[in-house]
Design a protein around this ligand. Structure first.
Ligand code: CA
Ligand code: CA
Length: 183
């Protein structure tokens, strides 16, 4: 019953306020229409399960449930994997990992040199690619996420626990803010 109540609340109160098209999504996340960000596009794609360019209410609720504090960790791990697998090859390649690192750094105010970025990407990639075949598969990713909980840090929105709290302008925006702080 609680879940039903929450969904009712989201639909009535929150849903009308949310951006549902990709352009609005960009603005809501980064308040910048011009900036092209792969990360935003990918989050949108993952929410937009029917791939029609609009996030429908059912899709939104299904996707958002992954971010609930009590959602099973393997769901979060799987969602994060799809997120990082930008080109949907079924593996996270080094260039994808690098683009994610760059996207997150770009949204933070940290000034990091190109060399430092390469070093972060190399170290992260080597640590994750335990089979050494140059790409991260789901099994490697699962083990990596277990050893490095920070990977899933932005996969939980604590206040989904109390959905009746007053929401900020957009839930996913807060998720990105957390990621920025972690970067
Ligand atoms: Ca890939
Ligand atoms: Ca591998």
């Amino acid at each position: 019953m609680l879940v039903g109540h929450c969904i009712h609340w989201i639909h009535g109160k929150l849903w009308p306020l949310l951006p549902k098209h990709i352009e609005e999504f960009h603005v809501a996340l980064f308040r910048n229409k011009k900036k092209k960000n792969l990360f935003v596009d990918r989050v949108f794609d993952l929410f937009d399960q029917k791939r029609n360019g609009v996030i429908e209410f059912g899709e939104f609720v299904r996707s958002l449930s992954v971010f609930h504090p009590d959602a099973p960790e393997e769901q979060k791990v799987a969602f994060a994997f799809k997120l990082y697998d930008l080109r949907q090859t079924g593996f996270i390649e080094r260039n994808e990992l690098k683009e994610m690192v760059l996207a997150l750094l770009d949204e933070s105010d940290l000034d990091i040199t190109t060399d430092a970025v390469e070093m972060i990407v190399d170290r992260t990639f080597d640590q994750a690619d335990t089979k050494g075949d140059g790409r991260i598969d789901q099994e490697e990713w699962t083990a990596f996420a277990k050893d490095n909980p920070y990977v899933l840090r932005n996969m939980t929105l604590p206040y989904l626990k109390d959905i009746t709290m007053v929401f900020p302008s957009f839930v996913v925006y807060s998720e990105i803010s957390e990621a920025d702080m972690a970067a």
